[in-house]
Design a protein around this ligand. Structure first.
Ligand code: GLN
Length: 304
């Protein structure tokens, strides 16, 4: 495994077209696009890495997997009253579909859907309590107490969050949200600003590898059925309007973030985190996808 990862990192270092860092969030626009890291966590606890795997980055929309998992734990199937389970085929921050479906977002991984999930999790609590719970949950699944939120990134996003505010207000106009929009957005932006490195992120996905159990930590996080269902949503919706392309090229459930990270799950085999801040035109890590494509070719881990 180490040999494969070293070879991938070497190939990525030579890539010239690395995509463009997200420029609509000021704090992310200043990140150096020449960085690359990849970690593979195995169920027994071994973690293999290449590149700057201890460098922290903003996990952004990858956090939507964790907030969905938390929401399902708290509310069960009631979560699906206000968010669907279908691929959207639209960009992650699109508003158009909401108008056609009475403000109900297509899935929990587009921005509108993740905002609805935050609303569900809040259950009358204040943003601070809600964020503390979320952080505690992420630390629990990653089995790592050092994970924290990068407030600078959250405030940066808040300063220019007009699109997300419009999504939230639009949903609220259909009676879909049950808390004040500014409080929901405060939680959402902070959730997206969780900072992790590739090693931590890979470990956080282990419960999705082994039917809901983090084997190396020695505890069950969700039921086997729930883990399978979360994986299916990641496969269908985890890369927005690039989900089909990702399934075709990589063949694994995956979730991307505009910070340039991707979490991919090879069920029964490994949890993989990759980070390269340059994005393709859809907003998914360009080299991250390429690296996963190479890894799957070398390991045969495609689910197909
Ligand atoms: N925080 C980002 C936003 O709301 C998340 C988007 C993403 O990672 N695709 O725009």
């Amino acid at each position: 495994m180490q040999e494969i990862l070293d070879e991938i990192a070497q190939t990525m270092a030579a890539e010239i077209d690395r995509g463009k860092v997200a420029d609509y969030i000021p704090e992310l626009s200043i990140i150096d696009a020449n960085q690359f890291a990849m970690s593979v966590a195995l169920p027994d606890g071994r973690v293999y890495s290449a590149g700057c795997a201890e460098q922290l980055f903003s996990i952004q929309s990858i956090s939507k997997v964790f907030s969905l998992t938390l929401a399902l734990g708290k509310l069960g199937d009631a979560v699906w009253a206000n968010v669907g389970r279908e691929p959207s085929g639209d960009p992650f921050n699109s508003i158009v579909q909401l108008e056609h479906e009475q403000g109900k977002p297509r899935n929990p991984f587009i921005n509108a859907g993740a905002i609805a999930v935050v609303d569900a999790i809040m259950m009358g609590h204040e943003p601070k309590e809600c964020l503390a719970e979320m952080l505690q949950f992420v630390r629990y699944i990653a089995n790592d107490e050092n994970i924290h939120i990068d407030d600078k990134v959250a405030l940066s996003e808040l300063s220019c969050g007009h699109r997300n505010a419009s999504l939230a207000h639009f949903m609220a106009s259909f009676g879909r949200l049950h808390h004040p929009v500014d409080k929901i957005l405060g939680v959402y932006f902070h959730q997206c600003s969780i900072a992790m490195n590739c090693q931590q992120l890979a470990k956080s996905g282990l419960f999705l590898v082994s039917e809901g159990v983090n084997q190396s930590a020695g505890y069950r996080v969700v039921s086997a059925q729930r883990a399978r269902r979360i994986n299916s949503l990641m496969l269908m919706c985890g890369h927005y309007d690039g989900s089909g392309e990702f399934a075709y090229r990589v063949g694994l459930p995956g979730k991307s973030g505009v910070g340039g990270g991707i979490l991919a799950i090879a069920p029964g085999k490994a949890s993989i985190a990759v980070w390269s801040p340059g994005l393709d035109t859809i907003g998914n890590s360009k080299l991250g996808t390429l690296a996963l494509e190479m890894l799957v070719q070398r390991t045969g881990w495609s689910i197909f």
